[in-house]
Design a protein around this ligand. Structure first.
Ligand code: KIV
Ligand code: ZN
Length: 432
């Protein structure tokens, strides 16, 4: 039988950091079913989670954080359901989250019984304020908490040798933690796990709350990348949240600073302002000519499934997916797009002004590209009449009819469809 390594799809090339560009996709981890789910007004039940899990697999995620099994019976049952009904494809590795508490770690391993392969994700908060006010522990006490949990994980894994175990540790609140202490606690956990280059452990650095500009996060990641012990046996992962609206920039700069892996959610779902949006990250790579290894060729299907499962709408201006992002209302933009599209037919490189990628690459069509309202000009009107009615307006008529449309639109204040324009054209020129 084939033994899959969860990190096999990406062969990390030799590279030096920091870099000023991203040359290949990170290892992706979707936490839609965990961080995304825990932030929903109405958390998903098994059927919805299954639907989203299937979508994530279809998109191409090979690492999916599916639950926080010690936190709720629903999450526990979901993991059991996936395992007992053999719903996890061989090339996909599930991940589950556990706090650094013995009882909860045991419950987590119980949920995973019979799994072929799993990543167990251990976390405890490490910043001074958490140490002081939440746990009442000093540095040593906090390290001891993580290291003893890591040790328990070794023992429980040894009791279930039929599962191929991988371990991940997150110093939660990493961005507010002193770097030397973040290194010490990660090193202590790694000492217990003893990862090797053949069987790596994951160290995940969360911007639990985004508190600084993204370059500061990148500097912290770079410092860890340079100083953490056993770097060649570690997958360095990041987990940006979006409190200052810079989650994407933070993830991109972190990759340039040395991160191998990114955790996030589709369309930036997740706690508060969300986790970093994996769709935007992936399509940013795509527009730079780097295939992200994730399939967003039918973005509308992805969007509608996510909206159904999370019961949260996607903003009409959301990058690459929003209803309005492949649309131009203003006359000058419409004119430039129209000219670009005409050239585009003759040339395979994408050189259409104002559109960062070919809408067809994400399953959108040109129909929605040009729309007409009171901001529009003759170019858009001509484009719609030609496209839908085969009516080629000579330039003088374009100008004249443009004024007619403008007046009509100033009066009604609403968008006009190609059909509305055609009716107006008939009234003006054909019914006399
Ligand atoms: O944001 C966070 O810190 C988390 C951890 C549990 C990784 O979600
Ligand atoms: Zn998080």
């Amino acid at each position: 039988t084939t033994k899959y390594h969860p990190f096999a799809p990406i062969n990390l090339p030799d590279r030096t950091w920091p870099s000023s560009t991203i040359t290949h996709p990170p290892i992706w981890l979707s936490t839609d079913l965990r961080d995304g789910n825990q932030a929903l007004i109405e958390p998903m039940h098994v059927q919805r989670k299954l639907r989203l899990f299937k979508l994530l697999v279809d998109i191409g995620f090979t690492e999916i954080e599916v639950a926080f099994p010690s936190a709720s019976q629903t999450d526990f049952d979901f993991v059991r359901h996936l395992i007992e009904h053999h719903l996890i494809p061989d090339h996909v590795t599930i991940q589950v989250l556990t706090p650094a508490r013995d009882r909860l770690i045991r419950r987590t391993f119980e949920a995973l019984q019979g799994a072929k392969r799993a990543i167990v994700h251990l976390y405890n908060a490490t910043s001074p304020v958490f140490r002081r006010t939440v746990f009442g522990k000093d540095r040593l006490g906090t390290i001891e908490m993580a290291a003893s949990s890591a040790q328990l994980m070794n023992e429980l894994a040894a009791e279930q040798p039929q599962t191929d175990w991988y371990f991940q540790y997150s110093p939660e609140t990493f961005t507010a933690t002193e770097l030397d202490f973040a290194k010490d606690i990660c090193d202590a956990v790694l000492d217990v796990w003893q990862p090797t280059p053949q069987h790596k452990a994951i160290i995940n650095l969360p911007a639990t709350v985004e508190v600084a500009t993204p370059n500061v996060f990148a500097d912290q990641v770079e410092w860890m990348h340079r100083n953490i012990a056993r770097r060649d046996s570690v997958i360095l992962s990041v987990h940006p949240h979006n409190d200052r609206g810079c989650g994407i920039a933070a993830a991109e700069l972190a990759q340039m600073a040395g991160a191998d892996r990114v955790e996030g959610c589709l369309f930036g779902n997740g706690e508060r302002t969300g986790n970093v949006d994996l769709v935007t990250l992936a399509l940013n790579l795509y527009t730079q000519g780097i295939h992200p290894g994730l399939d967003f060729s039918d973005i509308n299907l992805v969007a509608s499934t996510v909206e159904d499962c999370t019961q949260l709408p996607i903003h009409p201006r959301h990058p690459y997916v929003g209803e309005l992002v492949f649309t131009a209302f203003s006359g000058s933009h419409q004119d430039a797009i129209k000219k670009g599209l005409a050239v585009q037919k003759l040339d395979s490189t994408w050189e259409v002004p104002y559109l960062p990628l070919d809408p067809a690459d994400v399953g959108r069509t040109f129909e929605s590209v040009i729309r007409v309202n009171s901001q529009s000009g003759k170019g858009g009107i001509a484009f719609l009449l030609e496209r839908d009615y085969g009516l080629v307006l000579p330039r003088r008529l374009q100008i004249e009819f443009g004024q007619v449309v403008q007046q009509a639109m100033d009066a009604c204040g609403q968008e006009m469809s190609a059909t509305d324009l055609w009716k107006l054209f008939e009234i003006e020129y054909l019914q006399a």
